[in-house]
Design a binder for this molecule. Structure first.
Ligand code: FE
Length: 426
């Protein structure tokens, strides 16, 4: 769509309005538009075409509603009422809800639970800092000149205070001991009794054979991304990306726009082979003609090693099974996701490529344990998109709070590929 195609249905001097995405919380600001999505600054919401997709989660404009930022007074009043009604949490608090994982899924469950019950003790356990951020931003931040530290929307500590919950940051969940009424989560900071346990720990980038974990980046959360940005620094680097799916293509696009030269490898002959047709993949490759991205298809990694003659900047050499060699300063793996099985196995949860949950209630095979987000499978299918997470969180919160039946409905996902040189919705 071109800027000329947009007709302004409101006078330009009317105040700019904001609209919030139901699915992911993205706020569309008319003043800023969505230039990557073809909407120049100043595009009124009414003028957005029906096929435009939310830049973060991919839903269409029907999923947006007007947004008014709450006033400071309203936030203060809300905080006062929470402090008055909610008990202080302590290590010896009554067993309440324990949530494992402080990504979008973990925080959305906590928010949905709080909305239904101001008093129930909630503990959030995470192996990172628990800071809130939008993961889709990790693959578009460089082109937007966003420093890695500016991606934090709210610190974990601030969100914990806002929701009056106990945040155990930098704490690893080690094992689950189930018992008749609830159970115990063993963590690196001691045991936590729970009445309800919610697993929201997500998935990890899979490591194809031949790639040692210590030599390559797996970018599936903010901390890893921040370390990668620090390692890349401000000079152009040679970056090798293994895997040309959604994340691999978006990262290739973004890092290339950031001035780095990219070699993108995949076992398939074309990028996005699992989600786009041949025609669209070819269009993407043509659009990349202007960028320093070399796509190499139909190759499989054999090994990755430090250069035989070590270089001062620690360059690496990747060899493919057909004997081709590539040298790079940094290697990123984006060859799909895997749910770590250890925690689920410790509780004997049914497993189906991920934590198997019931389709409507997102209940695992053990009473009192729910799961959502990237770590689950429904009927053997993983759903690793943003849009369903908020709906899954509401379903689980309602089940735990006894607030009626709010069944979850899997829906086909709409994906917006954030390759700014050739953006597309699938
Ligand atoms: Fe959204």
């Amino acid at each position: 769509m071109s800027a000329a195609a947009i007709t302004h249905s409101t006078l330009a001097d009317d105040p700019w309005l904001q609209y919030i995405c139901h699915a992911c919380g993205y706020i569309y600001d008319e003043a800023q538009g969505d230039p990557d999505g073809g909407l120049p600054p100043g595009t009124r919401f009414a003028d957005i075409p029906e096929d435009w997709a939310c830049p973060l989660c991919g839903v269409t404009k029907g999923n947006f509603e007007p947004y008014l930022a709450p006033s400071l007074e309203a936030l203060q009043a809300q905080a006062r009422s929470r402090t008055a009604s909610a008990p202080a949490v302590s290590r010896h608090a009554a067993p309440g809800v324990v949530i494992v994982g402080a990504g979008r899924a973990g925080w959305l469950v906590a928010e949905a639970l709080r909305a239904l019950n101001a008093q129930r003790p909630i503990t959030l356990v995470t192996d990172c800092s628990g800071d809130l951020y939008d993961k889709p931003q990790l693959s578009i931040a460089m082109a937007k000149h966003l420093p890695a530290e500016r991606l934090v929307r709210e610190t974990g500590t601030a969100a914990a205070a806002r929701l009056n919950l106990r945040l155990l940051a930098h704490t690893h969940a080690v094992r689950i001991d189930t018992s008749a009424n609830g159970g115990t989560l063993r963590t690196t900071r001691g045991p936590l009794r729970y009445q309800h346990l919610v697993l929201a720990h997500g998935a990890r980038a899979a490591l194809p054979p031949g790639l040692p974990a210590a030599l390559c980046w797996r970018i599936n959360h903010l901390q890893a991304y921040q370390r990668l940005r620090a390692a890349l620094g401000h000079t152009p680097r040679r970056v090798l990306i293994v895997g040309a799916g959604l994340i691999g293509c978006e990262l290739a696009n973004d890092l290339a726009l950031g001035g780095h030269s990219i070699t993108l490898l995949d076992t398939e002959p074309l990028p996005l082979a699992r989600c786009a047709g041949e025609a669209r993949a070819s269009e993407l490759l043509a659009a990349w003609g202007q960028l320093p991205i070399a796509f190499v298809g139909s190759v499989r990694v054999a090994s990755l090693d430090p250069l035989a003659v070590p270089s001062p900047d620690g360059a690496l050499q990747l060899t493919t099974t057909d004997g081709r060699q590539f040298t790079a300063d940094q290697v990123i793996v984006a060859a799909g996701l895997q749910t770590p099985p250890r925690l689920a196995q410790s509780a004997g949860l049914a497993w189906d490529g991920g934590i198997a949950v019931t389709p409507a209630q997102l209940q695992t095979s053990v009473q009192g344990i729910h799961a959502l987000g990237d770590c689950i499978t429904i009927g053997g299918q993983a759903s690793r998109f943003i849009e369903p997470i908020a709906r899954q969180a509401r379903t689980i919160a309602a089940a735990i709070a006894g607030a009626g039946d709010v069944p979850y409905e899997p829906r086909p996902a709409s994906i917006r590929v954030k390759t700014s040189s050739w953006p597309m919705s699938l």
